[in-house]
Design a protein around this ligand. Sequence first.
Ligand code: NDP
Length: 247
Amino acid sequence: MSLSGKIAVVTGGSRGIGRAICQRLAALGATVIVNYVSNPAAADETVQSIQRAGGKAEACQFNVAVADEIDAAFKKIIDAHGRVDILVNNAGITRDGLLMKMKDEQWDEVLNTNLKGVFLCTKAVSRAMMKQRWGRVINITSVIGFAGNAGQANYAAAKAGIVGFTKSVAKELASRGITVNGVAPGYIVTDMTKDLSEEVTDVIRNEIPMGVLGEAEDIAGAVVYLASDDARYVTGQFIHVNGGMFM
Ligand code: NDP
């Protein structure tokens, strides 16, 4: 498997799952644009880890929820590199709360980042990918988008929205050589899950047939498969990487 010569953009590439995705794409030869919103030090750490390993990467700040920032960033990327081959829509946040107590802002923030961000970034690369007649869009959804979760109605709605979006855009872009797929992680050890209490983590672990939480690298493996030529006939699909917790 080689991604040599490919230009890849990973939203939320500064930390967690996004960082592992950046590292795996770069290890296969892609030049990786590491997006972040507010954490330049973490983005720099991702970039440096790739460069130390002999790969190519650069950091790029933009907020996936803000159309103007995205348009400006993708224009710069395409001007500099001439193309975008791979887009991984990975940036995501949680603002948990039970329905009765959920504020509009919690809903809006999560939907704007986790769902609208996917729409805006995909739209921003679609023209370039159509011209190239080659592209890979990989959207990171969640087991929660398929199974639901009390206290995460906003997050589940956004992640389920990604499923419908992915399938629709896969149909629109298939004839142009562009595949659009998703990866649905289960519970993965990152900053997003680090604040769960030991008690909650035990409950989750008991729901996972494999008995352990996943690692960011487990998700990266599925992403690089979907980005590769091995997956050229796969579109509109989701790979569930969850230790068997949801089948
Ligand atoms: P982290 O909290 O560890 O990292 C989140 C990343 O998203 C950071 O790089 C952050 O950038 C970036 N980000 C957040 N908001 C924005 C924004 N508005 N614009 C651009 N970048 C932004 O999350 P994970 O690595 O755990 O999660 C990655 C993806 O995987 C998310 O979509 C999440 O929903 C999904 N997922 C995670 C699971 C888990 O168990 N961890 C399970 C299922 C799905 P910065 O560093 O600048 O803050």
